[in-house]
Write a protein that binds this ligand. Structure first.
Ligand code: SF4
Length: 223
């Protein structure tokens, strides 16, 4: 029994139901009950780093256990918290994670990372493997560039997959483009989905009778 299947195994396995009663594990195993204690001093005793001094510490209690433990081998300090990033940004700071110890390789294990606090506008280290940009994407050789010149004959209609039976034309290909284009594409898709939802709602509402007849007013159709 684990507190949550996604959590690292070693620290969060509370017991085996073949060896201990389920109730005993759920109610008493420290690995499953660690998150109790909200509203008491014990509820925030595990916090450290930024989360310890956070104004929302008592309410939030360090955010996501999985993320914190996966990075630092202990919970109580969430490096990917949006509030934290905004506070640090206002202070002119940013945080970077650097790997320090690799995971052992066992299922649901974790390594250890270090938080490096630095100036918000400091240059990024050129060798940081965790800083991923659009330039780092390795595109398949046949993926066309925005101008359609890479990987396909200019003017040709790129075909990635044959169109489904009954549909004419080639399946559209997403362009090789910076993320900004992907965001605008996503916005288009969301807008289209909302328009479809709205049309379906209106159709459903239009199909409903405006007023349901009262039982005593119904006309019998039997002779
Ligand atoms: S996860 Fe964020 S909001 Fe929660 S305690 Fe940590 S810094 Fe504060």
């Amino acid at each position: 029994m684990k507190a949550d299947p996604t959590l690292p195994s070693e620290p969060y396995i509370g017991g085996n139901v073949r060896q201990r009663p389920l109730r005993e594990i759920v109610e008493h195993a420290q690995q499953l009950t660690y998150n109790l204690g909200a509203g008491t001093a014990a509820g925030t005793a595990h916090l450290w780093g930024f989360c310890r001094s956070c104004e929302f510490a008592e309410l939030c209690r360090g955010g996501d256990t999985f993320t914190a433990h996966s990075f630092f081998d202990r919970r109580g300090n969430h490096p990917y918290c949006h509030h934290r990033a905004l506070v640090q940004d206002r202070r002119g700071l940013r945080e970077r994670l650097a790997p320090r110890m690799p995971a052992s390789g066992r299922p649901y294990d974790n390594g250890v990372f270090e938080i490096i606090e630095e100036g918000r506008d400091d240059p990024w280290p050129g060798t940081d493997p965790l800083r991923f940009t659009a330039e780092d994407i390795r595109w398949p050789p046949d993926w066309p560039a925005d101008d359609g010149t890479a990987g396909v004959e200019v003017g040709a209609v790129p075909v990635r997959n044959p169109p489904p039976d009954g549909l004419d034309g080639a399946a559209p290909l997403l362009p090789r483009s910076p993320w900004s284009s992907s965001f605008s594409l996503m916005s288009e898709l969301i807008r289209a989905k909302r328009a479809l939802d709205r049309a379906e709602r209106e159709e459903a509402e239009g199909a409903l009778p405006l007023e349901r007849p009262h039982a005593s007013h119904q006309v019998s159709t039997t002779p």
